[in-house]
Write a protein that binds this ligand. Structure first.
Ligand SMILES: Nc1ncnc2c1ncn2[C@@H]1O[C@H](COP(=O)(O)OP(=O)(O)O)[C@@H](O)[C@H]1O
Ligand SMILES: [Mg+2]
Length: 252
C-alpha cells in the first residue's frame, strides 16, 4: 500500500547536558495517501519530535522514516509544515511572507506569486495581501502560515498544534476551514494536537501516544460522515469517540 508517511520502529534520543532523554521509542505509524491523521498525546510525549523527523529537520536514532516510501533526507518539497506560531516576518507583507520559502525551494518567481495569491484567496485573505502581520488578528496570521505551507503544493501537510495559541472561536472557525482546504486540495495530513475534540472532528484516524518515551498505543478510526459541521460536535457518535479517548488522559 502506498503511504504518504511511514515511521517504522522509530526511536529518538536527545543528548542534553543532563544526559540522554529518550523522546520516542518504537514508534510505528502511517499516513495513507489522502488520509487525515491526528496524533494525540499529552505534553512532552514526543509529538513535535515525530513531526520534526517527518519534516526531515532531524534524523531518527533508530528505525526508518519514509516519505512516499523513500527515506526522508532533509527538508524537502514533499512536505509543508506549520507550527503553533506562524513565525511571520514583521517587516514583510502578507504576500511576501507567503512567498518566503520560494527562494529556498527554487520556485520560479511569477508562478510562485500567482500561487501565493491563490492560496491567500483559499484561506480568505486575498484582500490583505499588501498588509503587514501586525495588522492581522492571531487567527488571520495563522491562516497566512497555512497559505505559506501550501505554496509549493506539498503532498503531505505536517501541522504541529497549529491552532493551540488561538481563542476558542478562531480555533473553531479555522478547524472548519482546514477541513474545507483538505477536501479541496486532497492532501495527506499529520495533525498534532492535545485536543481530543479537535482530533476527532478533523481526522480519519486518531493515533494516541503514550507519555514519554512516546509510542503509539491506539489507532482509532473515525467513521463520522463528512463534511463535519458544528452540529457534529453534539452528535452521539462524536461524543462517544471523544469519551473513549478521554480515558487515556484522565490522570493528566
Ligand atoms: N531539542 C531538544 N533537546 C533535548 N530534549 C528535547 C528537545 N526537544 C524535545 N526534548 C524532550 O523530548 C521530549 C519530547 O518533546 P516534544 O517532542 O517536544 O513533546 P510534545 O511535542 O509532545 O510536547 C520531552 O521530554 C522534551 O523535553
Ligand atoms: Mg510539541
Amino acid at each position: 500500500m502506498s503511504a504518504a508517511l511511514t515511521l517504522r520502529g522509530v526511536g529518538l534520543t536527545y543528548a542534553t547536558r543532563r544526559g540522554e532523554i529518550d523522546a520516542l521509542s518504537g514508534v510505528d505509524l502511517q499516513v495513507g495517501d489522502g488520509e487525515f491523521v491526528a496524533l494525540l498525546g499529552p505534553s512532552g510525549c514526543g509529538k513535535s519530535t515525530v513531526l520534526k523527523l517527518a519534516a526531515g529537520l532531524m534524523s531518527a536514532t533508530t528505525g526508518e522514516v519514509l516519505l512516499a516510501d523513500k527515506p526522508v533526507n532533509g527538508p524537502g518539497r514533499q512536505a509543508g509544515v506549520v507550527f503553533q506560531k506562524p513565525n511571520l516576518l514583521p517587516w514583510k507583507t502578507v504576500l511576501e511572507n507567503v512567498l518566503l520559502p520560494a527562494r529556498t525551494l527554487r520556485l520560479p518567481a511569477a508562478p510562485a506569486k500567482a500561487r501565493a495569491l491563490e492560496m491567500l484567496e483559499l484561506v480568505g485573505l486575498a484582500q490583505f495581501a499588501a498588509d503587514y502581520p501586525y495588522e492581522l488578528s492571531g487567527g488571520m496570521q495563522q491562516r497566512v502560515g497555512i497559505a505559506r505551507m501550501l505554496l509549493h503544493d506539498p503532498h503531505l501537510l505536517l501541522m504541529d498544534e497549529p491552532f493551540a495559541a488561538l481563542d476558542a472561536l478562531s480555533r473553531e472557525a479555522l478547524t472548519l476551514e482546514l477541513q474545507r482546504i483538505w477536501s479541496a486540495q486532497r492532501k495527506s495530513v499529520l495533525f498534532i494536537t492535545h485536543s481530543i475534540q479537535e482530533a476527532v472532528f478533523l481526522a480519519d484516524r486518531v493515533l494516541v501516544m503514550s507519555p514519554g518515551p512516546g509510542r503509539i498505543i491506539e489507532a482509532l478510526p473515525i467513521p463520522l460522515a463528512r463534511p463535519r459541521t458544528p452540529e457534529t460536535l453534539a452528535d452521539a457518535d462524536f461524543l462517544a469517540l471523544c469519551q473513549h479517548l478521554r480515558r487515556y488522559f484522565s490522570h493528566a
